[in-house]
Design a protein around this ligand. Structure first.
Ligand code: AMP
Ligand code: MG
Length: 328
């Protein structure tokens, strides 16, 4: 079985093709980069409309297949920005009708979990999903992916991006802060905001901007922001492991590319006689292959939907969608 998946929840428009043994045949992506400031949903959607047809073509070419070889078309139904989601869904519906293939809606957060789980070979890990718009600690239970903890305000990636842009940089901020932090050494005091298994970042943002206004070294600020924010994520992940009596973690989302975060989570998990796994960068960030792979799982369970009832759902929660391909 070969699936083509379309991702368009936020900045990234991406088309991925996978087979039913998790082999990634191709990924073709193009990211919308705002000239300044944060993401503008309509501008990003216009970008996706422009690039997606070309991305479909190049994904097919890279995979060395034609439309006839594609068994179904999956798309990210939510959560995400409405105009961006609709751009991807429209292309997916068109291909489904044109190629006469089933249409498979996929939850974006579940897709991060499933691609990481498949690549890790771990059967029942806890997932730390750390991306631009989302920050969640997720575990499977009773037919759904349950959100054990999450951000109470902004996603960690948005927090890093906002901070970096306020410091004079450009989007994306996470990787640039990672580089800057390597030159820092002094740990500055910042609010550490953990509430049970939830976290919050806006207080750190305010405090970091105040420190910046007082003229602290940018490298020390980056170093301290990473230390504080990633410690918070590691702590809530450890709490989830303890309560669920597990010791394996998979990471997903763009911020999971961060080597410092990966290292902190790894040493925490190993300290509990467990392990952790992060997918390679291309499959950690938003990508069409994870949508296609989750489409394989869904289609095998008989989950496809007619075009008429394939509306996008910008607020679709991780725990709202049924996961019939897993058992407790
Ligand atoms: P996503 O929403 O999953 O596509 O991820 C995009 C987010 O990941 C953006 O907010 C980036 O700043 C962030 N990001 C990407 N690479 C890194 C990195 N190495 N360290 C921290 N954040 C990162
Ligand atoms: Mg994502």
């Amino acid at each position: 079985m070969i699936l083509l998946g379309i991702e368009s929840t936020a900045h990234t428009a991406s088309v991925g093709i996978v087979d039913d043994s998790t082999r990634v045949l191709s990924i073709a992506s193009d990211m919308y980069r705002p000239p300044k400031g944060g993401i503008h949903p309509r501008e990003a959607a216009n970008h996706h409309v422009e690039v997606l047809p070309g991305l479909v073509r190049s994904a097919l070419e890279k995979a060395g297949i034609g439309p006839r070889d594609v068994d179904a078309v999956a798309f990210a139904q939510g959560p995400g920005l409405g105009p961006c989601l609709r751009a991807g869904a429209t292309v997916a519906r068109t291909l489904s009708l044109l190629w006469e293939r089933p249409l498979v809606p996929v939850n974006h957060c579940v897709a991060h979990v499933e691609i990481a789980r498949a690549l890790s070979g771990l059967d029942d890990p806890i997932l730390l999903y750390a991306s631009g718009g989302n920050t969640q600690v997720i575990a499977f239970g009773s037919g759904r992916y349950r959100v054990l903890g999450e951000t109470l305000d902004i996603g960690i990636g948005n927090f890093l991006d906002k901070l970096w842009i306020a410091l004079g940089g450009t989007f994306p901020g996470g990787p640039a802060l990672e580089e800057e932090a390597k030159r820092g050494h002094e740990l500055l005091s910042l609010p550490y905001s953990v509430h049970g298994m939830d976290v919050a970042f806006s207080g750190i943002l305010t405090a970091a901007l105040a420190l910046n206004a007082r003229g602290v070294a940018r490298a020390d600020l980056a170093y301290s922001v990473e230390a504080t924010a990633y410690s918070m994520l590691t702590e809530v992940t450890e709490r989830a492991l303890a309560h669920r009596r597990r010791n394996q973690v998979v990471l997903g989302g763009g911020v999971a590319c961060n080597l410092r975060l990966q290292g902190m989570v790894r040493s925490m998990a190993e300290g509990r006689a467990g392990s952790s796994f992060a997918p390679p960068r291309s499959l950690c960030v938003d990508n069409g292959a994870m949508i296609a792979w989750t489409g394989v799982l869904a289609l095998r369970s008989g989950m496809s939907c007619p075009v008429e009832s394939s509306a996008v759902d910008p607020r679709q929660r991780t725990d709202k969608v049924a996961i019939p391909w897993r058992r407790d």
